[in-house]
Design a binder for this molecule. Structure first.
Ligand code: F6R
Length: 608
Protein backbone atom coordinates (compact mmCIF):
# COMPACT_ATOMS: atom_id res chain seq x y z
CA UNK A 1 0.00 0.00 0.00
CA UNK A 2 3.00 2.30 0.29
CA UNK A 3 4.74 3.61 -2.83
CA UNK A 4 8.43 3.02 -3.52
CA UNK A 5 10.77 4.63 -6.04
CA UNK A 6 14.53 4.39 -6.54
CA UNK A 7 16.76 6.00 -9.19
CA UNK A 8 20.45 5.73 -10.12
CA UNK A 9 21.49 8.36 -12.63
CA UNK A 10 24.27 10.76 -13.63
CA UNK A 11 21.85 13.68 -13.15
CA UNK A 12 20.33 14.96 -9.87
CA UNK A 13 17.41 12.73 -8.87
CA UNK A 14 15.47 14.56 -6.12
CA UNK A 15 12.99 16.26 -8.51
CA UNK A 16 12.20 13.03 -10.29
CA UNK A 17 11.85 11.11 -7.05
CA UNK A 18 9.16 13.58 -5.99
CA UNK A 19 7.47 13.40 -9.41
CA UNK A 20 7.36 9.61 -9.23
CA UNK A 21 5.94 9.80 -5.70
CA UNK A 22 3.14 11.99 -7.06
CA UNK A 23 2.13 9.12 -9.30
CA UNK A 24 2.37 6.73 -6.36
CA UNK A 25 0.52 8.90 -3.87
CA UNK A 26 -2.66 6.90 -4.48
CA UNK A 27 -0.97 4.02 -2.62
CA UNK A 28 -0.60 5.94 0.63
CA UNK A 29 -0.42 9.53 1.68
CA UNK A 30 0.08 10.03 5.40
CA UNK A 31 3.76 10.93 5.15
CA UNK A 32 6.52 10.84 2.58
CA UNK A 33 10.27 11.02 2.32
CA UNK A 34 13.33 10.81 0.09
CA UNK A 35 16.99 10.00 0.68
CA UNK A 36 19.89 10.74 -1.66
CA UNK A 37 23.66 10.57 -1.42
CA UNK A 38 25.12 14.07 -1.32
CA UNK A 39 28.87 13.82 -1.92
CA UNK A 40 28.59 10.18 -0.99
CA UNK A 41 26.80 10.84 2.35
CA UNK A 42 23.21 9.81 3.03
CA UNK A 43 20.85 12.77 3.38
CA UNK A 44 17.12 12.54 4.06
CA UNK A 45 14.07 14.81 3.85
CA UNK A 46 10.83 13.58 5.38
CA UNK A 47 7.45 15.20 6.02
CA UNK A 48 4.19 14.26 7.70
CA UNK A 49 0.95 14.46 5.69
CA UNK A 50 0.52 14.90 1.97
CA UNK A 51 3.33 14.71 -0.52
CA UNK A 52 2.99 18.45 -1.14
CA UNK A 53 4.54 18.96 2.32
CA UNK A 54 7.60 16.99 1.29
CA UNK A 55 7.77 18.81 -2.04
CA UNK A 56 7.76 22.17 -0.19
CA UNK A 57 10.46 20.94 2.19
CA UNK A 58 12.69 19.85 -0.69
CA UNK A 59 12.13 23.24 -2.33
CA UNK A 60 13.32 25.09 0.75
CA UNK A 61 16.01 22.55 1.60
CA UNK A 62 17.12 21.17 -1.77
CA UNK A 63 18.77 17.78 -2.08
CA UNK A 64 21.78 17.08 -4.26
CA UNK A 65 22.71 13.60 -5.41
CA UNK A 66 22.44 11.35 -8.45
CA UNK A 67 21.13 8.30 -6.60
CA UNK A 68 18.17 8.12 -4.25
CA UNK A 69 15.05 6.43 -2.96
CA UNK A 70 11.60 7.79 -2.10
CA UNK A 71 8.49 6.62 -0.31
CA UNK A 72 4.90 7.59 0.25
CA UNK A 73 3.42 5.91 3.30
CA UNK A 74 0.20 4.24 4.41
CA UNK A 75 0.86 3.60 8.09
CA UNK A 76 0.71 0.07 9.46
CA UNK A 77 3.18 0.16 12.39
CA UNK A 78 3.58 3.48 14.14
CA UNK A 79 1.56 6.69 13.88
CA UNK A 80 2.00 8.82 10.78
CA UNK A 81 4.62 11.39 11.83
CA UNK A 82 8.02 12.51 10.60
CA UNK A 83 9.95 10.08 12.79
CA UNK A 84 8.06 7.10 11.42
CA UNK A 85 8.20 8.37 7.82
CA UNK A 86 10.46 6.46 5.42
CA UNK A 87 13.27 6.27 4.40
CA UNK A 88 14.59 4.77 7.62
CA UNK A 89 18.30 5.00 8.04
CA UNK A 90 21.36 3.98 10.01
CA UNK A 91 24.86 5.34 9.51
CA UNK A 92 25.34 2.70 6.76
CA UNK A 93 22.15 2.74 4.69
CA UNK A 94 18.64 4.02 4.04
CA UNK A 95 15.66 1.81 3.23
CA UNK A 96 12.06 2.21 2.08
CA UNK A 97 9.50 -0.51 2.55
CA UNK A 98 6.01 -1.53 1.49
CA UNK A 99 4.21 -4.31 3.39
CA UNK A 100 4.64 -5.81 6.83
CA UNK A 101 7.56 -7.51 8.57
CA UNK A 102 5.60 -9.92 10.73
CA UNK A 103 8.47 -11.00 13.01
CA UNK A 104 9.79 -7.49 13.64
CA UNK A 105 9.24 -7.63 17.41
CA UNK A 106 11.57 -10.56 17.97
CA UNK A 107 14.12 -9.19 15.48
CA UNK A 108 14.05 -5.82 17.19
CA UNK A 109 14.61 -7.40 20.62
CA UNK A 110 17.54 -9.37 19.22
CA UNK A 111 19.09 -6.31 17.53
CA UNK A 112 18.61 -4.12 20.62
CA UNK A 113 20.32 -6.78 22.71
CA UNK A 114 23.18 -6.48 20.20
CA UNK A 115 23.40 -2.72 20.78
CA UNK A 116 21.21 -1.29 17.97
CA UNK A 117 19.41 1.93 18.94
CA UNK A 118 15.93 2.28 17.44
CA UNK A 119 14.32 5.67 16.81
CA UNK A 120 10.91 4.73 15.43
CA UNK A 121 7.89 2.53 16.10
CA UNK A 122 8.05 0.97 12.64
CA UNK A 123 8.70 -2.58 11.55
CA UNK A 124 10.88 -1.17 8.73
CA UNK A 125 13.60 0.12 11.01
CA UNK A 126 14.28 -3.50 11.97
CA UNK A 127 15.32 -4.14 8.37
CA UNK A 128 17.69 -1.15 8.42
CA UNK A 129 19.41 -2.45 11.56
CA UNK A 130 19.46 -6.06 10.41
CA UNK A 131 21.28 -5.21 7.18
CA UNK A 132 23.57 -2.79 9.04
CA UNK A 133 24.62 -5.56 11.44
CA UNK A 134 25.60 -7.73 8.48
CA UNK A 135 27.56 -4.84 6.93
CA UNK A 136 29.29 -4.20 10.27
CA UNK A 137 30.28 -7.86 10.31
CA UNK A 138 32.04 -7.34 6.98
CA UNK A 139 29.45 -8.52 4.45
CA UNK A 140 29.10 -6.76 1.07
CA UNK A 141 25.82 -4.84 0.60
CA UNK A 142 24.46 -7.59 -1.66
CA UNK A 143 25.37 -10.34 0.81
CA UNK A 144 24.10 -8.28 3.75
CA UNK A 145 20.70 -7.81 2.09
CA UNK A 146 20.53 -11.44 0.99
CA UNK A 147 21.31 -12.71 4.50
CA UNK A 148 18.81 -10.31 6.07
CA UNK A 149 16.01 -11.27 3.68
CA UNK A 150 16.30 -14.83 4.99
CA UNK A 151 15.47 -13.59 8.49
CA UNK A 152 12.35 -11.65 7.47
CA UNK A 153 8.81 -13.03 7.69
CA UNK A 154 5.83 -11.34 6.07
CA UNK A 155 4.99 -9.72 2.75
CA UNK A 156 7.12 -6.81 1.63
CA UNK A 157 9.07 -4.97 -1.01
CA UNK A 158 12.20 -3.01 -0.12
CA UNK A 159 14.68 -0.58 -1.71
CA UNK A 160 18.08 0.30 -0.24
CA UNK A 161 20.83 2.86 -0.85
CA UNK A 162 24.17 2.65 0.94
CA UNK A 163 26.23 5.41 2.49
CA UNK A 164 29.42 6.00 0.50
CA UNK A 165 28.24 4.08 -2.59
CA UNK A 166 26.80 6.17 -5.40
CA UNK A 167 26.74 3.20 -7.74
CA UNK A 168 24.38 0.85 -5.94
CA UNK A 169 20.66 0.43 -5.41
CA UNK A 170 19.19 -2.87 -4.15
CA UNK A 171 15.53 -3.89 -4.30
CA UNK A 172 13.76 -7.00 -3.03
CA UNK A 173 10.26 -8.37 -3.18
CA UNK A 174 8.29 -10.97 -1.30
CA UNK A 175 4.52 -10.65 -1.45
CA UNK A 176 4.43 -6.98 -2.52
CA UNK A 177 5.18 -5.92 -6.08
CA UNK A 178 8.41 -4.31 -7.28
CA UNK A 179 9.41 -3.35 -10.81
CA UNK A 180 12.87 -2.65 -12.20
CA UNK A 181 13.28 -0.25 -15.11
CA UNK A 182 16.12 0.53 -17.46
CA UNK A 183 16.53 3.93 -19.10
CA UNK A 184 19.33 5.58 -21.02
CA UNK A 185 22.25 5.46 -18.59
CA UNK A 186 19.78 5.22 -15.70
CA UNK A 187 18.16 2.50 -13.62
CA UNK A 188 14.92 2.60 -11.68
CA UNK A 189 13.02 0.69 -9.01
CA UNK A 190 9.31 1.24 -8.40
CA UNK A 191 6.26 -0.29 -6.81
CA UNK A 192 4.51 -0.36 -10.16
CA UNK A 193 4.75 0.54 -13.81
CA UNK A 194 2.88 3.82 -13.23
CA UNK A 195 5.75 5.10 -11.07
CA UNK A 196 8.26 4.34 -13.79
CA UNK A 197 6.16 5.23 -16.83
CA UNK A 198 7.63 8.67 -17.64
CA UNK A 199 11.19 7.35 -17.25
CA UNK A 200 11.17 4.16 -19.27
CA UNK A 201 8.92 1.62 -20.92
CA UNK A 202 11.46 -1.14 -20.43
CA UNK A 203 10.24 -2.73 -17.23
CA UNK A 204 10.89 -6.05 -15.53
CA UNK A 205 8.66 -7.27 -12.71
CA UNK A 206 10.47 -9.08 -9.94
CA UNK A 207 9.01 -12.43 -9.04
CA UNK A 208 8.25 -13.75 -5.61
CA UNK A 209 11.44 -13.90 -3.51
CA UNK A 210 13.61 -12.05 -6.08
CA UNK A 211 16.08 -9.35 -5.23
CA UNK A 212 17.81 -7.05 -7.70
CA UNK A 213 21.15 -5.26 -7.66
CA UNK A 214 21.12 -2.09 -9.76
CA UNK A 215 24.43 -0.51 -10.75
CA UNK A 216 25.27 1.95 -13.50
CA UNK A 217 24.58 0.12 -16.76
CA UNK A 218 23.76 -3.21 -15.11
CA UNK A 219 20.81 -4.91 -13.42
CA UNK A 220 21.36 -8.32 -11.83
CA UNK A 221 18.36 -10.23 -10.56
CA UNK A 222 18.62 -13.12 -8.12
CA UNK A 223 15.89 -15.54 -7.11
CA UNK A 224 15.08 -16.55 -3.55
CA UNK A 225 17.90 -19.12 -3.57
CA UNK A 226 20.47 -16.54 -4.66
CA UNK A 227 20.74 -17.89 -8.23
CA UNK A 228 21.08 -15.28 -10.99
CA UNK A 229 17.90 -15.22 -13.10
CA UNK A 230 16.47 -13.27 -16.01
CA UNK A 231 13.00 -11.78 -15.94
CA UNK A 232 11.29 -10.75 -19.17
CA UNK A 233 11.14 -7.11 -20.20
CA UNK A 234 7.58 -5.83 -20.56
CA UNK A 235 7.15 -2.89 -22.88
CA UNK A 236 3.91 -1.37 -21.73
CA UNK A 237 4.03 1.76 -23.86
CA UNK A 238 4.26 3.20 -20.38
CA UNK A 239 5.35 6.67 -21.36
CA UNK A 240 1.95 7.23 -22.91
CA UNK A 241 -0.03 6.58 -19.77
CA UNK A 242 1.17 9.57 -17.82
CA UNK A 243 -1.66 10.22 -15.42
CA UNK A 244 -3.12 13.62 -14.69
CA UNK A 245 -6.50 15.13 -13.83
CA UNK A 246 -6.91 17.08 -17.04
CA UNK A 247 -9.69 19.62 -16.60
CA UNK A 248 -11.40 17.71 -13.85
CA UNK A 249 -11.44 18.75 -10.24
CA UNK A 250 -10.62 15.27 -8.98
CA UNK A 251 -9.38 11.98 -10.40
CA UNK A 252 -12.62 10.41 -9.19
CA UNK A 253 -14.67 12.81 -11.30
CA UNK A 254 -12.43 12.21 -14.31
CA UNK A 255 -12.73 8.46 -13.87
CA UNK A 256 -16.54 8.65 -13.59
CA UNK A 257 -16.56 10.59 -16.86
CA UNK A 258 -14.25 8.10 -18.57
CA UNK A 259 -16.72 5.25 -18.10
CA UNK A 260 -18.46 5.38 -21.47
CA UNK A 261 -15.12 5.09 -23.23
CA UNK A 262 -13.51 2.42 -21.05
CA UNK A 263 -16.69 0.34 -20.99
CA UNK A 264 -16.54 0.14 -24.73
CA UNK A 265 -12.81 -0.79 -24.63
CA UNK A 266 -13.51 -3.54 -22.13
CA UNK A 267 -16.44 -4.86 -24.13
CA UNK A 268 -14.32 -5.00 -27.28
CA UNK A 269 -12.01 -7.57 -25.75
CA UNK A 270 -14.95 -9.89 -25.03
CA UNK A 271 -17.12 -9.32 -28.11
CA UNK A 272 -16.34 -9.30 -31.81
CA UNK A 273 -18.37 -6.24 -32.72
CA UNK A 274 -18.59 -7.14 -36.40
CA UNK A 275 -20.30 -10.48 -35.77
CA UNK A 276 -21.82 -9.84 -32.35
CA UNK A 277 -20.25 -13.08 -31.06
CA UNK A 278 -18.62 -13.27 -27.66
CA UNK A 279 -14.94 -14.16 -27.55
CA UNK A 280 -12.30 -14.63 -24.90
CA UNK A 281 -9.17 -12.49 -24.73
CA UNK A 282 -6.27 -14.01 -26.73
CA UNK A 283 -4.80 -17.16 -25.20
CA UNK A 284 -7.40 -17.35 -22.39
CA UNK A 285 -9.43 -20.39 -23.39
CA UNK A 286 -12.07 -21.97 -21.19
CA UNK A 287 -15.01 -24.18 -22.04
CA UNK A 288 -17.77 -23.26 -19.60
CA UNK A 289 -19.77 -26.35 -20.51
CA UNK A 290 -17.29 -28.24 -18.33
CA UNK A 291 -17.69 -25.91 -15.36
CA UNK A 292 -20.04 -27.30 -12.72
CA UNK A 293 -19.61 -24.52 -10.16
CA UNK A 294 -17.67 -21.26 -9.90
CA UNK A 295 -16.14 -19.98 -6.65
CA UNK A 296 -15.95 -16.18 -6.80
CA UNK A 297 -13.97 -14.06 -4.38
CA UNK A 298 -12.79 -10.47 -4.11
CA UNK A 299 -12.62 -7.54 -1.68
CA UNK A 300 -14.55 -4.30 -1.28
CA UNK A 301 -15.99 -2.94 -4.49
CA UNK A 302 -14.55 -5.94 -6.34
CA UNK A 303 -16.66 -8.14 -4.06
CA UNK A 304 -19.82 -6.25 -5.03
CA UNK A 305 -18.86 -6.66 -8.70
CA UNK A 306 -18.46 -10.39 -8.02
CA UNK A 307 -21.89 -10.44 -6.38
CA UNK A 308 -23.39 -9.03 -9.58
CA UNK A 309 -21.29 -11.64 -11.40
CA UNK A 310 -22.92 -14.37 -9.38
CA UNK A 311 -26.38 -13.14 -10.43
CA UNK A 312 -25.19 -13.00 -14.06
CA UNK A 313 -23.63 -16.48 -14.13
CA UNK A 314 -26.55 -18.08 -12.33
CA UNK A 315 -29.27 -16.41 -14.38
CA UNK A 316 -27.72 -16.30 -17.85
CA UNK A 317 -25.44 -19.36 -17.84
CA UNK A 318 -27.18 -21.47 -15.17
CA UNK A 319 -23.86 -22.09 -13.40
CA UNK A 320 -24.16 -22.19 -9.60
CA UNK A 321 -21.69 -19.88 -7.87
CA UNK A 322 -20.19 -19.57 -4.42
CA UNK A 323 -19.12 -16.13 -3.34
CA UNK A 324 -16.81 -15.06 -0.53
CA UNK A 325 -15.04 -11.95 0.58
CA UNK A 326 -11.48 -12.95 -0.20
CA UNK A 327 -10.32 -12.57 3.39
CA UNK A 328 -12.75 -15.36 4.39
CA UNK A 329 -12.57 -17.78 1.45
CA UNK A 330 -9.83 -19.99 2.87
CA UNK A 331 -11.13 -19.93 6.45
CA UNK A 332 -14.49 -21.33 5.40
CA UNK A 333 -12.78 -24.53 4.28
CA UNK A 334 -15.63 -25.24 1.93
CA UNK A 335 -15.62 -28.61 0.13
CA UNK A 336 -14.53 -27.64 -3.38
CA UNK A 337 -15.06 -30.96 -5.13
CA UNK A 338 -17.53 -29.66 -7.74
CA UNK A 339 -15.83 -26.26 -8.20
CA UNK A 340 -14.20 -26.22 -11.63
CA UNK A 341 -13.20 -22.57 -11.68
CA UNK A 342 -12.12 -20.11 -8.99
CA UNK A 343 -12.67 -16.58 -10.29
CA UNK A 344 -11.09 -13.53 -8.64
CA UNK A 345 -11.96 -9.89 -9.24
CA UNK A 346 -9.41 -7.19 -8.49
CA UNK A 347 -8.66 -3.75 -9.90
CA UNK A 348 -5.06 -3.58 -8.67
CA UNK A 349 -4.30 -7.28 -8.91
CA UNK A 350 -2.25 -6.84 -5.74
CA UNK A 351 -4.84 -7.06 -2.94
CA UNK A 352 -3.23 -9.32 -0.35
CA UNK A 353 -6.42 -11.13 0.68
CA UNK A 354 -7.44 -11.80 -2.93
CA UNK A 355 -3.94 -13.01 -3.73
CA UNK A 356 -3.97 -15.30 -0.69
CA UNK A 357 -7.33 -16.67 -1.85
CA UNK A 358 -5.94 -17.30 -5.32
CA UNK A 359 -2.97 -19.17 -3.88
CA UNK A 360 -5.28 -21.19 -1.64
CA UNK A 361 -7.41 -22.14 -4.64
CA UNK A 362 -4.33 -23.16 -6.61
CA UNK A 363 -3.07 -25.24 -3.70
CA UNK A 364 -6.47 -26.96 -3.67
CA UNK A 365 -5.90 -27.85 -7.33
CA UNK A 366 -8.53 -25.50 -8.79
CA UNK A 367 -8.28 -23.81 -12.15
CA UNK A 368 -8.03 -20.08 -11.47
CA UNK A 369 -9.04 -17.01 -13.45
CA UNK A 370 -8.79 -13.33 -12.62
CA UNK A 371 -10.61 -10.26 -13.82
CA UNK A 372 -7.96 -7.58 -13.26
CA UNK A 373 -7.28 -4.05 -14.38
CA UNK A 374 -3.51 -4.06 -13.90
CA UNK A 375 -2.30 -6.79 -16.23
CA UNK A 376 1.28 -6.74 -14.93
CA UNK A 377 0.04 -7.38 -11.38
CA UNK A 378 0.84 -10.40 -9.23
CA UNK A 379 -2.71 -11.77 -9.43
CA UNK A 380 -2.64 -11.48 -13.22
CA UNK A 381 0.66 -13.27 -13.34
CA UNK A 382 -0.34 -16.09 -11.01
CA UNK A 383 -3.84 -16.85 -12.29
CA UNK A 384 -4.21 -19.54 -14.95
CA UNK A 385 -6.48 -17.28 -17.01
CA UNK A 386 -6.55 -13.49 -17.12
CA UNK A 387 -9.54 -11.45 -18.22
CA UNK A 388 -8.36 -7.84 -18.33
CA UNK A 389 -10.64 -4.89 -17.77
CA UNK A 390 -9.43 -2.03 -19.93
CA UNK A 391 -10.33 0.78 -17.54
CA UNK A 392 -6.85 2.37 -17.67
CA UNK A 393 -5.05 3.53 -14.52
CA UNK A 394 -7.52 4.24 -11.73
CA UNK A 395 -6.05 6.77 -9.33
CA UNK A 396 -9.01 7.91 -7.19
CA UNK A 397 -9.03 5.66 -4.14
CA UNK A 398 -12.77 5.06 -4.50
CA UNK A 399 -13.16 2.65 -7.37
CA UNK A 400 -15.52 3.79 -10.14
CA UNK A 401 -14.57 2.95 -13.71
CA UNK A 402 -12.83 -0.26 -12.66
CA UNK A 403 -16.08 -1.42 -11.03
CA UNK A 404 -18.27 -0.85 -14.08
CA UNK A 405 -15.63 -2.45 -16.32
CA UNK A 406 -15.57 -5.47 -14.00
CA UNK A 407 -19.35 -5.70 -14.42
CA UNK A 408 -18.97 -5.48 -18.19
CA UNK A 409 -16.39 -8.28 -18.20
CA UNK A 410 -18.58 -10.43 -15.94
CA UNK A 411 -21.67 -9.86 -18.10
CA UNK A 412 -19.79 -10.79 -21.27
CA UNK A 413 -18.28 -13.88 -19.63
CA UNK A 414 -21.69 -14.99 -18.37
CA UNK A 415 -23.14 -14.69 -21.87
CA UNK A 416 -20.20 -16.60 -23.25
CA UNK A 417 -20.74 -19.26 -20.58
CA UNK A 418 -24.44 -19.45 -21.48
CA UNK A 419 -23.52 -20.04 -25.12
CA UNK A 420 -20.97 -22.74 -24.19
CA UNK A 421 -23.61 -24.49 -22.10
CA UNK A 422 -26.30 -24.27 -24.75
CA UNK A 423 -28.64 -22.16 -22.63
CA UNK A 424 -28.17 -19.12 -24.88
CA UNK A 425 -28.75 -19.56 -28.61
CA UNK A 426 -26.68 -17.86 -31.31
CA UNK A 427 -29.44 -15.30 -31.90
CA UNK A 428 -29.78 -14.60 -28.22
CA UNK A 429 -26.00 -14.14 -27.95
CA UNK A 430 -26.08 -11.50 -30.68
CA UNK A 431 -29.00 -9.78 -28.97
CA UNK A 432 -27.18 -9.77 -25.61
CA UNK A 433 -23.97 -8.35 -27.08
CA UNK A 434 -25.99 -5.70 -28.93
CA UNK A 435 -27.50 -4.75 -25.58
CA UNK A 436 -24.10 -4.66 -23.87
CA UNK A 437 -22.87 -2.32 -26.60
CA UNK A 438 -25.54 0.16 -25.43
CA UNK A 439 -23.83 0.53 -22.04
CA UNK A 440 -21.45 3.36 -23.01
CA UNK A 441 -24.30 5.50 -24.38
CA UNK A 442 -26.48 4.85 -21.33
CA UNK A 443 -23.60 5.53 -18.94
CA UNK A 444 -23.16 8.84 -20.73
CA UNK A 445 -26.83 9.67 -20.24
CA UNK A 446 -26.47 8.81 -16.57
CA UNK A 447 -23.49 11.19 -16.28
CA UNK A 448 -25.72 13.96 -17.62
CA UNK A 449 -27.84 13.65 -14.47
CA UNK A 450 -24.96 15.18 -12.52
CA UNK A 451 -26.70 18.54 -11.95
CA UNK A 452 -29.78 16.96 -10.36
CA UNK A 453 -27.65 14.62 -8.28
CA UNK A 454 -25.49 17.49 -7.06
CA UNK A 455 -28.65 19.17 -5.71
CA UNK A 456 -29.55 15.98 -3.80
CA UNK A 457 -26.01 15.73 -2.47
CA UNK A 458 -26.37 19.11 -0.74
CA UNK A 459 -29.12 17.62 1.40
CA UNK A 460 -27.33 14.30 1.88
CA UNK A 461 -24.31 16.18 3.24
CA UNK A 462 -26.42 17.43 6.16
CA UNK A 463 -27.19 13.86 7.28
CA UNK A 464 -25.09 11.56 9.48
CA UNK A 465 -26.52 8.21 8.34
CA UNK A 466 -28.07 6.72 5.22
CA UNK A 467 -29.61 3.43 4.12
CA UNK A 468 -29.34 2.03 0.60
CA UNK A 469 -31.86 -0.56 -0.62
CA UNK A 470 -32.06 -2.71 -3.74
CA UNK A 471 -33.49 -6.03 -4.84
CA UNK A 472 -32.20 -8.58 -7.36
CA UNK A 473 -29.53 -7.07 -9.60
CA UNK A 474 -29.89 -3.81 -7.66
CA UNK A 475 -29.01 -5.34 -4.29
CA UNK A 476 -25.23 -5.35 -4.98
CA UNK A 477 -25.64 -1.78 -6.22
CA UNK A 478 -27.18 -0.76 -2.89
CA UNK A 479 -24.11 -2.21 -1.17
CA UNK A 480 -21.75 -0.45 -3.55
CA UNK A 481 -23.63 2.88 -3.27
CA UNK A 482 -23.35 2.74 0.52
CA UNK A 483 -19.64 1.86 0.36
CA UNK A 484 -18.91 4.75 -2.02
CA UNK A 485 -20.76 7.22 0.20
CA UNK A 486 -19.11 6.14 3.43
CA UNK A 487 -15.57 5.92 2.11
CA UNK A 488 -15.36 9.41 0.67
CA UNK A 489 -17.93 11.46 2.65
CA UNK A 490 -17.52 9.62 6.00
CA UNK A 491 -21.32 9.50 6.35
CA UNK A 492 -22.34 6.20 7.92
CA UNK A 493 -24.17 4.25 5.23
CA UNK A 494 -25.47 0.70 5.05
CA UNK A 495 -26.71 -1.25 2.07
CA UNK A 496 -29.46 -3.84 2.42
CA UNK A 497 -31.47 -6.17 0.25
CA UNK A 498 -34.77 -4.29 0.13
CA UNK A 499 -36.61 -7.35 1.46
CA UNK A 500 -34.46 -7.30 4.60
CA UNK A 501 -35.70 -3.87 5.64
CA UNK A 502 -38.51 -5.18 7.77
CA UNK A 503 -36.22 -7.67 9.50
CA UNK A 504 -34.37 -5.01 11.45
CA UNK A 505 -33.17 -1.84 9.71
CA UNK A 506 -36.70 -0.42 9.56
CA UNK A 507 -36.21 0.43 13.24
CA UNK A 508 -33.75 3.12 12.12
CA UNK A 509 -36.24 4.95 9.93
CA UNK A 510 -37.29 8.43 11.01
CA UNK A 511 -37.39 11.83 9.34
CA UNK A 512 -33.60 12.23 9.66
CA UNK A 513 -32.80 9.02 7.78
CA UNK A 514 -32.35 9.29 4.01
CA UNK A 515 -33.11 6.02 2.24
CA UNK A 516 -31.59 5.65 -1.21
CA UNK A 517 -33.52 3.12 -3.25
CA UNK A 518 -32.16 1.58 -6.45
CA UNK A 519 -35.19 0.35 -8.36
CA UNK A 520 -35.27 0.14 -12.14
CA UNK A 521 -38.68 -0.87 -13.44
CA UNK A 522 -37.68 -4.54 -13.65
CA UNK A 523 -39.24 -7.80 -12.45
CA UNK A 524 -38.77 -6.84 -8.79
CA UNK A 525 -39.95 -3.23 -9.04
CA UNK A 526 -43.37 -3.76 -7.46
CA UNK A 527 -41.91 -5.52 -4.45
CA UNK A 528 -39.31 -2.80 -3.92
CA UNK A 529 -42.10 -0.23 -4.31
CA UNK A 530 -43.81 -1.82 -1.30
CA UNK A 531 -40.61 -1.42 0.71
CA UNK A 532 -40.49 2.22 -0.31
CA UNK A 533 -44.04 2.63 1.02
CA UNK A 534 -42.94 1.10 4.31
CA UNK A 535 -40.19 3.72 4.59
CA UNK A 536 -42.53 6.55 3.60
CA UNK A 537 -45.10 5.47 6.18
CA UNK A 538 -42.46 5.97 8.88
CA UNK A 539 -41.41 9.43 7.73
CA UNK A 540 -38.16 8.35 6.02
CA UNK A 541 -36.76 10.57 3.32
CA UNK A 542 -36.62 8.70 0.00
CA UNK A 543 -34.18 9.20 -2.83
CA UNK A 544 -35.20 6.95 -5.67
CA UNK A 545 -32.97 5.95 -8.56
CA UNK A 546 -35.29 4.47 -11.15
CA UNK A 547 -36.14 4.78 -14.82
CA UNK A 548 -38.76 6.81 -16.64
CA UNK A 549 -41.37 4.07 -16.20
CA UNK A 550 -40.59 3.69 -12.48
CA UNK A 551 -40.70 7.46 -12.04
CA UNK A 552 -44.15 7.68 -13.57
CA UNK A 553 -45.55 4.85 -11.45
CA UNK A 554 -46.45 7.25 -8.65
CA UNK A 555 -44.43 5.10 -6.28
CA UNK A 556 -44.60 7.59 -3.45
CA UNK A 557 -45.44 11.28 -3.08
CA UNK A 558 -42.57 13.47 -2.09
CA UNK A 559 -39.77 11.08 -3.05
CA UNK A 560 -36.76 12.68 -4.70
CA UNK A 561 -36.51 10.87 -8.02
CA UNK A 562 -33.57 10.53 -10.38
CA UNK A 563 -34.78 8.93 -13.58
CA UNK A 564 -32.37 7.22 -15.96
CA UNK A 565 -33.48 5.86 -19.33
CA UNK A 566 -35.12 2.43 -19.44
CA UNK A 567 -32.80 -0.44 -20.33
CA UNK A 568 -32.65 -4.24 -20.37
CA UNK A 569 -32.00 -5.77 -16.96
CA UNK A 570 -28.46 -6.98 -17.66
CA UNK A 571 -27.32 -3.36 -18.02
CA UNK A 572 -28.87 -1.93 -14.88
CA UNK A 573 -25.96 -2.70 -12.51
CA UNK A 574 -23.51 -1.03 -14.90
CA UNK A 575 -25.54 2.08 -15.59
CA UNK A 576 -27.05 2.65 -12.12
CA UNK A 577 -23.54 2.58 -10.65
CA UNK A 578 -22.91 5.97 -12.28
CA UNK A 579 -25.53 8.08 -10.42
CA UNK A 580 -24.56 6.37 -7.16
CA UNK A 581 -20.92 7.33 -7.75
CA UNK A 582 -21.97 10.90 -8.51
CA UNK A 583 -24.08 11.07 -5.34
CA UNK A 584 -21.10 10.00 -3.22
CA UNK A 585 -18.76 12.33 -5.12
CA UNK A 586 -20.89 15.45 -4.72
CA UNK A 587 -21.75 14.67 -1.11
CA UNK A 588 -18.03 14.42 -0.37
CA UNK A 589 -17.44 17.76 -2.09
CA UNK A 590 -20.14 19.34 0.09
CA UNK A 591 -18.52 17.81 3.16
CA UNK A 592 -15.13 19.18 2.09
CA UNK A 593 -13.37 15.83 2.39
CA UNK A 594 -10.35 14.75 0.41
CA UNK A 595 -12.18 12.95 -2.39
CA UNK A 596 -9.27 11.24 -4.12
CA UNK A 597 -7.42 10.33 -0.96
CA UNK A 598 -9.97 9.72 1.78
CA UNK A 599 -8.64 9.28 5.28
CA UNK A 600 -7.31 5.88 6.35
CA UNK A 601 -7.74 4.28 2.93
CA UNK A 602 -5.23 3.20 0.32
CA UNK A 603 -5.74 2.19 -3.28
CA UNK A 604 -3.81 -1.01 -3.27
CA UNK A 605 -4.21 -3.03 -0.08
CA UNK A 606 -1.16 -5.26 0.01
CA UNK A 607 -1.48 -6.26 3.67
CA UNK A 608 -3.89 -8.87 5.04
C1 F6R B 1 -13.66 0.88 -2.78
C2 F6R B 1 -12.43 0.25 -3.18
C3 F6R B 1 -11.96 -0.94 -2.42
C4 F6R B 1 -11.35 -1.97 -3.38
C5 F6R B 1 -10.77 -3.14 -2.58
C6 F6R B 1 -10.21 -4.22 -3.49
O1 F6R B 1 -13.98 1.97 -3.60
O2 F6R B 1 -11.80 0.67 -4.11
O3 F6R B 1 -12.99 -1.49 -1.66
O4 F6R B 1 -12.35 -2.41 -4.24
O5 F6R B 1 -9.74 -2.68 -1.75
O6 F6R B 1 -9.22 -3.72 -4.33
P1 F6R B 1 -8.82 -4.44 -5.68
O7 F6R B 1 -9.97 -4.38 -6.59
O8 F6R B 1 -7.64 -3.66 -6.17
O9 F6R B 1 -8.48 -5.86 -5.33
Amino acid sequence: MCGIIGIISREPVAGRLIDALKRLEYRGYDSAGVATLENGRLTRRRAEGKLSNLAKLVETQPLEGTIGIGHTRWATHGVPNVTNAHPHATKRLAVVHNGIIENYRELRAELEADGARFETQTDTETVAHLVTRELDRGASPKDAVEASLKRLEGAFSLAFVFDGDEELLIGARRGSPLAVGEGEGEMFLGSDGIALSPFTDSIRYLEEGDFAVLEHGRITIYDEHGAEVTRPIKRSGGKSFYVDKGNYRHFMQKEIYEQPEVLSHTLSSFVDMTTGATRLPKGQAIDFSKVRRIALSACGTGFYAALVGRYYFERYARIPCDLDVASEFRYRESPLSDVDLALFVSQSGETADTLASLRYAKAEGLKTAAIVNVVESTIAREADLVFPTLAGPEIGVASTKAFTCQLMALAALAIRAGVDRGVISGDEETEFTRILAEAPRLANEAIRLEGAIEALARKMATRRHALFLGRGFSYPLALEGALKLKEISYIHAEGYAAGELKHGPIALIDETMPVVVVAPHDRSFEKTASNVQEVAARGGEIILFTDVKGASSGIVDGAEIIAVPEMPEILTPIVYAVPLQLLAYHTAIQMGTDVDQPRNLAKSVTVE
